[in-house]
Write a protein that binds this ligand. Structure first.
Ligand SMILES: NC(=O)C1=CN([C@@H]2O[C@H](COP(=O)(O)OP(=O)(O)OC[C@H]3O[C@@H](n4cnc5c(N)ncnc54)[C@H](OP(=O)(O)O)[C@@H]3O)[C@@H](O)[C@H]2O)C=CC1
Length: 452
């Protein structure tokens, strides 16, 4: 069903119950995996792959050529195929756990070598696959956004060691899982639509990865150079990447620690690009958080982390003159601080209003630094907001405090913090007259697993 022009082996999904499947698919435990949706994590041996060229560490050999489905299936039709695909997804959404468990079980039984590419615990991985499918299905008739999303996904998969020849195996097992569970909506037409869609999706991801490989490494090693505890559970961690890390202020990076291989989490960079090349992260250890706990309580200078490529669109648009209205909740102040540094670095004064929220004054762990920046930059105003206890600033919830000030219609909005804060913050900013296309924040789906 799925073929590749060059090196891809043809695979067969089989249609029976995979023996011992559950054992391979899920090992239990709390969610783990990357901070972005992923189907693959890197094989152990690739973690020490040497750079292929002085400038860029390529994780894999050149792509073996375009991946194509059997031409009998024809080209993907965004109109009629999208209808069939959405019908299938609606049917399996309530039983997505069973479908994805079966999918991974089948994948690991049919392709046991692929098991080693994934983290030990598959719980979060299962959710991620389904969310990626839902997102792709939702965007399927918006080609520009879909290509952007899948290209990002394809580039992000390089750090897991994903190769073009992995895609047919995934495709075969996905179709087999859908065949088994989407009993009401499955048909020959539905299957053909899924094959076409999956082929198109894979090709975009493969192409984006291959293009990215020509200009950037798949990951960076980064040595911890300082580790400063700011509260009992928040650390400010500075790292030195092994080669230049080109990013924009306001972006985030996936981080893997040596203690939880193949488990990646997204953290915002808390600085604008610096001349010394160092990067800063603010990390809060969340209860039972594998990566955040390790970064806060275990990491020390000299430890080496891995970083995925920078991502995120919460960046400063220097072609605009409008002010920046920034809401940072707790460690969400990290990218806001980067944005302030970026405005200062660029050298064109624009009003920047920062609302920095936390539960109590004690939790405003970076207020002194923000106040210091405020003293240096007349265009910057920093207002702390606490929801409990005494405050030398505003009290109440962050979005409510912003609503009470203003007017804000001439500002661009930037939000960073817990997903609930971002949702109600967006409502507050829209209510204050800022059009939604001038409001930036990271994807709420990415945030759902970030920081854990
Ligand atoms: N790029 C980004 O968007 C980044 C996001 N983060 C995220 O920030 C979070 C930090 O967590 P944590 O320290 O526990 O945050 P807290 O729960 O302590 O919340 C921080 C602030 O946000 C407010 N807030 C929380 N939920 C809501 C809501 N539903 N509506 C309105 N205001 C709300 C809090 O008010 P109250 O005390 O009243 O609840 C508080 O002022 C993590 O989820 C992390 O992933 C971190 C860094 C970057």
């Amino acid at each position: 069903m799925f073929e590749a022009r060059q090196t891809m082996a043809s695979t067969s999904a089989g249609d029976g119950t995979p023996q011992g499947a559950a054992a391979g698919a899920a090992t239990g435990g709390r969610g783990a995996g990357g901070g972005e949706w992923s189907w693959f994590a890197p094989p152990e041996e690739e973690r020490v792959a040497p750079p292929s060229s002085p400038g860029a560490r390529a994780a894999s050999p050149p792509a073996p050529g375009p991946y194509v489905a059997n031409p009998d299936y024809g080209r993907f039709d965004p109109g009629s195929d999208a209808v069939l695909i959405r019908r299938t997804l609606e049917e399996i959404e309530p039983i997505s756990q069973a479908v994805t468990s079966y999918f991974y079980a089948l994948l690991f039984v049919e392709h046991p070598r692929l098991r080693e590419l994934f983290p030990a615990s598959m719980d979060a991985q299962r959710d991620r696959l389904f969310r990626a499918l839902l997102t792709a299905a939702r965007l399927i008739d918006d080609e520009r956004v879909l290509v952007e999303y899948l290209s990002h996904l394809g580039r992000g998969h390089r750090k897991y060691g994903t190769r073009p020849e992995h895609y047919p195996a995934v495709g075969e097992c996905l179709i087999a899982a859908l065949t088994r569970y989407a009993v009401r909506t499955w048909s020959e037409e539905a299957e053909a639509a899924w094959v076409r869609a999956y082929t198109a999706i894979s090709q975009i991801m493969i192409d984006a990865a291959a293009e990215d490989e020509r200009r950037a490494p798949a990951w960076w090693h980064a040595e911890v150079v300082s580790h400063e505890m700011r509260t009992a559970d928040i650390a400010v961690i500075t790292v030195r990447p092994d080669q230049p890390y080109p990013f924009l202020a306001g972006q985030y990076a996936a981080v893997e620690t040596p203690w939880w291989p193949k488990v990646w989490r997204n953290y915002s960079l808390a600085c604008a690009p610096r001349t010394d090349g160092l990067l800063v992260f603010h990390v809060k250890a969340v209860p039972a958080g594998w990566v955040s706990g390790a970064l806060v309580h275990r990491a020390r200078p000299g430890d080496v982390l891995r970083l995925g490529p920078p991502a995120g669109t919460m960046t400063v648009d220097h072609s605009r003159d409008s002010g920046l209205l920034c809401l940072g909740g707790s460690t969400g102040i990290a990218p806001i601080k980067a944005l302030v540094e970026e405005v200062a670095r660029y050298g064109r004064a624009r009003p920047v209003e920062v609302f920095y929220g936390a539960r109590s004054s004690h939790d405003l762990y970076d207020l002194d630094t923000m106040r210091e920046m405020e003293r240096r930059h007349p265009w910057l105003s920093v207002r702390p907001v606490v929801s409990e206890g005494p405050s030398d600033g505003l009290t109440g919830r962050l979005p409510d405090a912003v609503r009470r000030c203003g007017p804000w219609h001439a500002y661009d909005g930037y939000l960073s913090g817990p997903p609930g804060m971002i949702r109600s913050g967006v409502d507050a900013l829209v209510g204050a007259g800022i059009p939604s296309d001038r409001i930036r924040h990271d994807s709420l789906d990415d945030l759902a697993v970030a920081g854990s």
